[in-house]
Design a protein around this ligand. Structure first.
Ligand code: PEP
Ligand code: MN
Length: 326
């Protein structure tokens, strides 16, 4: 009678109905129903990510690490998990510098099929071992829907890389997985396309999405990508989702990472994702952008000093007593 379609989704304990293609009277009719708490006029294509839905913002809980509560979360680790020793050194450095999350690729999206593709499931097990040892929560990338199950069993947060932002089957699968998602911006994606990719995850029933700006393709080859920091305040106006920045993949050069980390925090980022390696020249992936352990400590100190001026702090790692077993 009123036309249009209705998509029902349960998020954060509330039943939400996204109405599309309805004439205006539908909104008024819904607003009069006793079971309807609130009607939000969808002015944008991304209805569930829209800030109007949850104006106070979303805090994503990564196994005890809050993202989006005003603190700045440090996530650090190797681009790719290479060996037990390499990961052990990186996890020790990350924990020592005050990171709350350990990053590390088990499945690597490489431009060339002949490049190192990651260790796969054995890398997930090495990450889980470091999780038990250090208390750091683990974020790792999935490339295919089939990897979501094994990664969810051992990690705390699933990363969708820039090359997968438009992989809708994968977005739906992480939407069903129930683990927080770190959704990188496609390197050629507009802000609206990025938020619509996030919308896929929310529409599949998962509101725990953290967006991650990681640089976009421009004409400039002097940096690996062009870090678009303006999207931090912009996306925070448009959406209730927290925003991370990856200065490592954005710049491609370790010497540019500290300044861009501080700039990201100053622009309001909820966290940063940093590549580290104890011997960048021997790294099997992205060595040029990896900070060494000492650089990470210095950067974390500089970040803490900068944040103090604005009343913000680096989010501490969860207390080890809250570690899950197994
Ligand atoms: C990564 O973080 O390991 C990665 C591959 O990043 P991106 O998808 O941004 O290139
Ligand atoms: Mn990388």
């Amino acid at each position: 009678m009123l036309g249009g379609e209705c998509h029902q989704v349960r998020l954060r304990g509330a039943d939400l109905f996204v109405l599309t293609g309805c004439a205006e009277p539908a909104t008024s009719v819904f607003a009069t129903l006793p079971a309807v708490a609130r009607v939000v006029a969808g002015r944008r294509a991304f209805e569930l990510c829209d800030r109007e839905l949850w104006p106070g913002g979303t805090v994503v809980d990564v196994a005890g690490v809050p993202i989006g509560d005003g603190g700045v979360v440090l996530a650090a680790g190797p681009c790719a998990v290479e060996t037990a020793t390499q990961l052990d050194v990186a996890a020790t450095a990350a924990a020592g510098a005050g990171a709350a999350l350990l990053r590390g690729g088990a499945f690597k999206p490489r431009s060339s099929p002949y490049s190192f593709q990651g260790l796969g499931v054995p890398a997930l097990e090495l990450l889980a071992e470091q999780r038990r040892r250090t208390g750091l929560r683990v974020v790792t990338e999935v490339l295919e829907p089939e990897q979501v199950g094994p990664a969810s069993a051992l990690a705390d947060m699933l990363q969708i890389g820039t090359r997968s932002m438009h992989n809708f089957a994968l977005l739906r699968e992480v939407g069903r997985a129930g683990l927080p998602v770190l959704l990188k911006r496609g390197m050629a994606a507009t802000v609206e396309e990025w938020l619509l990719a996030a919308e896929y995850v929310l529409a599949a029933g998962n509101a725990d999405v953290v967006l991650c700006e990681r640089g976009i393709r421009t004409f400039e080859p002097a940096t690996r990508f062009t870090l678009d920091l303006a999207v931090i305040p912009l996306v925070k106006q448009l959406s209730h989702l927290p925003v991370f920045v990856d200065p490592s993949h954005a710049t491609g050069h370790a010497h540019l990472v500290p300044a861009m980390t501080l700039a990201a925090a100053a622009a309001g980022a909820d966290g940063v994702l940093l590549d580290i390696h104890h011997d960048p020249r021997s790294a099997r992936c992205d060595g040029g952008q990896a900070l060494q352990p000492g650089d990470l400590t210095a950067l974390a100190d500089a970040l803490a000093r900068q944040l103090a001026a604005t009343g913000r702090t680096v989010t501490p790692a969860p207390v080890p007593s809250s570690l899950r077993t197994g």
